[in-house]
Design a protein around this ligand. Structure first.
Ligand code: UDP
Length: 388
């Protein structure tokens, strides 16, 4: 009775399911391992009525008008009036992150800061975005000085906590997500739209999945329902003729037969405090030189909720994913070795007819919400095109 099976009800699965159901007119079965939809964007009210992000802070930001319009079919937005802003707790100060000209003026005295500002502008151009690993290559002694400050106070310890490796050891694309900005822009992202769904991500995904052609089953382990063979997929032991879109971890689909794909995981330590404010209006404070956690998020400022009684915060403690029950693989650790292991698994899927991999887990990539939405829209388009 179903023409399409989607494994996973996160961003990737929800978008592709909606498109194939609505545009492609298919009957779609979505199987979700967890007890809820929304993947790691899942949010809910805690025992104190505060809207929290169960799997860490998720912020939607994009310049992709198409993606913004698409998601806006399912939600209204709380767009941050000043954009999303992050500070780093360093000693007694809060420093604007990404490091930018405001940060520069905060740490150097006026004349020196002005001189350095001119140098940075001359070297990289006003408004440019310079990855820390690029800034460190500068041969100018003053710029090297700044680079060293930023490296030590923003990147080194945070990255060691987050990845268990130095900024040199991880993929340069990761630290380049947070470049040094040669401007007075304190926003964490430079995208036009930045915010969260007004009534939460879960509500947005619920509306997306609410379609007459979609059935969602939560709490279902896909590997218990599906058998993957080179000839095709069996659903409950019967050959399944339609397409299957898999958004879970690829190694697990094959019982980790070549070994586990490495991921970083996180432990979230939530705390509700009977006080109005915890971090002086800041939604996210990064702990870049001290503490064992990477950052503290204060949810009322992340979500714009104004009727909180008290405030709820979360601390994030990274660790190496081991695959143990209850652990969640959050971040693929992209490097040559891991990618070649990933490719061995992917090769096992290449000849399976109508079988598609989509998402952070299934593609072993670091996607933002908007890029993931775009990718899912494109895959749905491609499937419908192929099956015309
Ligand atoms: N990073 C850092 N210090 C910071 C912010 C980011 O060292 O204050 C580095 C760190 O390696 C991190 C990466 O930049 O993993 C990307 O940061 P981003 O905020 O994009 O990570 P996410 O929010 O996706 O966890």
């Amino acid at each position: 009775m179903y023409q399409t099976i989607v494994i996973g009800a996160g961003i990737a699965g929800s978008v592709v399911a909606r498109q194939l159901a609505e545009e492609g007119g298919r009957r779609v079965l979505v199987l979700e391992q967890r007890a809820h939809i929304g993947g790691n964007c899942y949010d809910r009210r805690d025992a104190h009525g505060v809207l929290i992000h169960e799997y860490g802070p998720h912020i939607f930001h994009t310049n992709d008008e198409g993606v913004y319009e698409y998601l806006s079919r399912f939600t209204e937005w709380y767009l941050y009036p000043q954009g999303h802003q992050v500070v780093a707790s360093v000693g007694d100060s809060y420093l604007p992150i990404p490091f930018n000209l405001n940060t520069l003026h905060q740490i150097y005295e006026k004349d020196k800061a002005t001189e350095l500002e001119q140098k940075l502008i001359a070297a990289f151009g006003e408004g440019s975005r310079v990855p820390i690993m690029e800034l460190r290559k500068s041969e100018d002694a003053d710029i090297q000085n700044i680079a060293q400050f930023v490296y030590e106070n923003v990147f080194l310890k945070y990255t060691m906590k987050q990845w268990g490796q130095t900024p040199e050891e991880i993929s340069p694309e990761v630290t380049a997500r947070v470049p040094v900005l040669i401007s007075y822009d304190n926003r964490y992202f430079q995208d036009r739209y930045q915010g969260v769904p007004t009534d939460g991500f879960t509500a947005m995904f619920a509306r997306m999945l609410e379609h007459e052609n979609i059935d969602v089953q939560c709490g279902v382990e896909a590997t218990e329902r599906l058998t993957i063979t080179q000839e095709g997929v069996l659903l409950d032991g019967q050959p399944f003729a339609g397409e299957v879109i898999y958004t879970g971890a690829l190694d697990e689909l094959f019982s980790c037969r070549f070994g586990r794909l490495p991921y970083r995981s996180l432990r979230f330590d939530f705390e509700h405090l009977e006080q109005e404010d915890f971090q002086n209006g800041h939604s996210v404070v990064n702990y870049t030189v001290s503490e064992d956690f990477t950052r503290i998020t204060e949810f009322q400022y992340l979500t714009g909720q104004t009727d909180c009684d008290g405030t709820t915060i979360v601390r994030e403690y990274p660790f190496a994913y081991s695959g143990a029950d209850g652990e969640i693989p959050y971040y693929a650790i992209q490097n040559e070795e891991n990618e070649s292991l990933y490719n061995k698994y992917r090769a096992l899927t290449e000849n399976i007819p109508d079988f598609y991999l989509l998402g952070r887990l299934a593609e072993y990539k670091y996607y933002n919400i908007d890029a993931m939405t775009r990718k899912a829209l494109e895959l749905a388009e491609r499937i419908m095109e192929e099956k015309k």
